[in-house]
Ligand binder design. Structure first.
Ligand code: EPU
Length: 422
């Protein structure tokens, strides 16, 4: 199993290119199921979760061609299975995103129920409720969601909570339904907007995306198209937290700062000096960060996917930060590992109190989920001495070549596989 060995203490300096957003690419890949015509996608990040999605789509019969490292063409002209098996779904919850498209285009689907996951229970009841409202007949059988419909029919659907993949699944299903669907309490995340823009290029009639009320007028069929995936705001935010923790001067290119409002305003309060243009951010940090209180909420609020990385920065900040996680019930697993690096953090339920220390010291720590891994890497970059981050397969699911990008910024970081240093 691969590990990362980081010798901390170096300020980050240089330029790094931000990849396409994982959480936009995953639903957009699944949207290829909605048409028999080819879909060409640019700026697809090269990640393990993307590989898993391509394998899942391949099992269903979707043919994928790698036009270049970040450009793929997918063709769902001959589908030979309507089942997403447990073996793939258990490794990636986003596999549930094939449910809506399969049901809408083929009238049936059998998708394994994802299990619980490290950051919380994460049920899919809202996806099921919404598809039932569109007229699907759904039951759970042997751990699978078994769904059938002749043709889905538009409906007004109000989810109990804001759900990102739930909104995406229902939006995709509604594109081919008969009549108009209104999604109320819809997610406003930039990744939802990106999927909507892609579906519109395929011929879907969608309005209101980016607000909490999305209206979809169903069409009979969708067509092939070409699309560029939006830049990854969480990857960009993670690099900014890293420079805020280590100090230095970095420039992110191919980013989309307009999707990063809450992240950038918190970093500014932390003392990060940023020059922002349409697609790039230059960030300079010459002193320790200031402690920043955080409350995770849905977009446009502060994202849960940045909580762990901000905690690494707060661990080294001047002052005390109160960090409240409201989206997932178990997203503080990085805390015990940060404490191993010398952080001073108490947790009480959904709240962590982080008292900044002047120095962290390197240790061996274990990654427990994707964003926790990024937090440990950031802490390791700032810590004195050597930090080894184990189980970095979590990191590889969602960050493209992170250690390579950090090396370009002058970090001393190497991947150690069971076969030796790479
Ligand atoms: N929820 C339900 N029932 C549902 C759906 C959601 O109770 O049917 C609850 C969840 O348990 C959670 C809350 O609603 O407490 C919000 O969950 P949401 O459905 O929005 O999360 P998700 O769609 O499963 C996506 C991202 C996550 C990100 C969350 C929140 C993808 C593929 N994943 O998950 O990304 O944390 O939205 O923004 O888009 C990550 O990239 O590290 C990651 C975990």
């Amino acid at each position: 199993m691969d590990r990362l060995r980081i010798t901390g203490g170096a300020a980050l300096e240089g330029e790094v290119r931000i990849s396409g957003a994982k959480n936009a690419a995953l639903p957009i890949l699944c949207a290829s199921l909605l048409t028999a015509e080819p879909i060409t996608l640019h700026n697809v990040p090269n990640l393990n979760d993307i590989g898993t999605t391509i394998r899942l789509l391949g099992q269903l019969g979707v043919k994928t061609h790698n036009d270049s490292e970040h450009t793929l063409t997918l063709s769902a002209d001959s589908i030979d299975s309507l089942e997403a098996p447990y073996d793939l779904v258990k490794t990636m919850r986003a596999s549930i995103l094939v449910l809506g498209p399969l049901l809408a285009r083929f009238g049936q689907a059998r998708v394994s129920l994802p299990g619980g996951c490290a950051i919380g229970q994460r049920p899919v009841d809202q996806h099921i409720m919404g598809l039932e409202a569109l007229g699907a007949d759904i039951h759970i059988e042997h751990g699978y969601v078994v769904a059938k419909a002749t043709r889905l029919k538009g409906a007004v659907i109000r989810t109990d909570m804001v759900t990102v993949t739930g909104t995406e699944n229902l939006m995709m299903a509604a594109t081919l339904a008969e009549g108009t669907t209104v999604l109320e309490n819809a997610a406003r995340e930039p990744e939802v907007v990106d999927l909507a823009e892609m579906l519109i290029k395929m011929g879907a009639r969608i309005s209101g995306h980016g607000t909490d009320r999305i209206v979809i007028e169903g069409v009979k069929s969708l067509r092939g198209t070409e699309y560029h995936i939006v830049p990854d705001r969480i990857e960009a935010g993670s690099f900014l937290c890293a420079v805020a923790a280590t100090g230095g001067d970095i420039t992110l290119t191919h980013a989309k700062p307009s999707t990063m409002g809450a992240i950038l305003s918190k970093l500014e309060q932390a003392g990060l000096n940023m020059t922002v243009s349409d697609h790039s951010i230059r960030a300079i940090m010459k002193k320790p960060p200031l402690a920043i209180d955080i409350r995770t909420v849905e977009y446009p609020g502060f994202p849960t996917d940045m909580q762990a990385q901000f905690m690494a920065m707060n661990a080294l900040a001047e002052g005390t930060a109160v960090m409240v996680e409201t989206i997932f019930e178990n997203r503080f697993m990085h805390v015990q590992e940060l404490i191993r690096l010398g952080a001073d953090i108490d947790i009480d339920g959904h709240t962590a109190v982080v008292r900044g220390v002047s120095q962290l010291s390197g240790a061996t720590v274990m990654a427990t989920d994707l964003r926790a891994s990024a937090s440990l890497v950031i802490a390791g970059l700032a810590a004195e001495g050597v930090t080894t981050v184990e189980r970095i397969y979590h990191l590889d699911r969602g960050y493209e070549k992170m250690e390579h990008k950090l090396r370009l910024l002058g970090a001393q970081i190497e991947r150690v596989s069971s076969k030796g240093v790479q």
